[in-house]
Design a protein around this ligand. Structure first.
Ligand SMILES: O=C(O)CCC(=O)C(=O)O
Ligand SMILES: [Fe+2]
Length: 281
């Protein structure tokens, strides 16, 4: 039953990807290919430092903001121009009648970026060449040095549509969450504790997103998004996965996964494009 559902989801992805690549005319074709010029200098400095032979996590975090929640770090990543063009691209795609898979069962809006064609030349080099040197130092215990796949998507909150996101953990070892804009009030992220800590023993802290900035956290660190009270909020979310870590235990059901072949990265369980039978969010 679950195997068939998985196969059907895989086929739906292939069909949507084909239909979108045939019929969608990108508004800003250049942004589908990652370039250094999309990043602010401070972020490139962080990456260069992280790549250096003598880099240490202690020195690396001094180049970032350390947030109130444990092991949550923030830094500016993209330029304003890039964020604007990226959001214009998403808005342009949203306005079409082309098919759209939604990021997960918690979001009714938003866009899966692999369907739009952002994986090969944008998200994959971003993960390998820029983010992994950082996660290698900050999250070695969560497969930070071998995050070998990802699921990248846009979440969107707007008055009259989705306003907030329930308290949850991600189907990820490490998550990066980038605020793209547009203009919004409220809508802070809140962090509790790791998922195995009872809720009544948890104290939450808030983080107010700032457009162009990224927040990096462990996927199993419980969090949610408070309602926006005005405007529109778009965020780029990349759930980064380590097959080595999750092949031993599925982060969603805490059991050893049973694998079934799929297309694309699936849920990131092996390097051979297989997917677990565990249900994602
Ligand atoms: O809305 C946000 O900033 C958080 C989104 C999130 O946590 C998720 O999609 O997993
Ligand atoms: Fe999340």
């Amino acid at each position: 039953m679950e195997v068939n559902r998985r196969k059907m989801l895989g086929q739906q992805y292939v069909d949507r990807r084909r239909e979108i690549s045939t019929n969608y005319n990108p508004l800003h074709p250049h942004i589908y290919q990652l370039q250094d010029s999309y990043f602010v200098k401070e972020f490139l400095d962080i990456v260069n430092y992280a790549k250096s032979k003598t880099a240490s996590s202690e020195e690396l975090v001094k180049m970032m903001s350390i947030e109130n929640a444990e092991r949550v770090f923030s830094f500016q990543i993209f330029t304003k121009t890039f964020c604007k063009e990226f959001m214009e691209e998403i808005t342009c795609f949203e306005s079409t009648n082309l098919p759209k898979g939604r990021p997960n069962t918690m979001n009714n809006y938003g866009v899966l970026l692999n369907e739009l064609g952002f994986d090969e030349k944008f998200m994959t080099p971003l993960r390998i060449n820029y983010l992994r040197p950082i996660t290698r130092l900050l999250f070695p215990d969560w497969g930070g040095d071998n995050l070998d796949s990802h699921k990248a998507f846009i979440v969107k909150y707007k008055i009259g549509e989705d306003l907030a996101l329930n308290y949850h953990y991600d189907n990820a070892e490490v998550t990066i969450n980038v605020s793209l804009g547009k203009e919004f009030t409220e809508g802070s992220l809140f962090f509790g504790d790791m998922k195995w800590v009872p809720v009544d023993e948890t104290t939450c802290t808030e983080y107010q997103h700032k457009p162009t900035c990224a927040i990096l956290h462990r996927g199993q660190h419980m969090h949610g998004a408070l309602p926006i009270t005005h405007g529109e909020r778009y965020n780029l979310i990349i759930w980064m996965r380590s097959s080595e870590t999750r092949n031993k235990m599925c982060p969603m059901c805490d059991m050893k996964p049973t694998l079934v072949k799929t297309v694309g990265y699936g849920d990131g369980f092996t390097k051979q494009s297989d997917v677990s039978l565990c249900s994602p969010l």
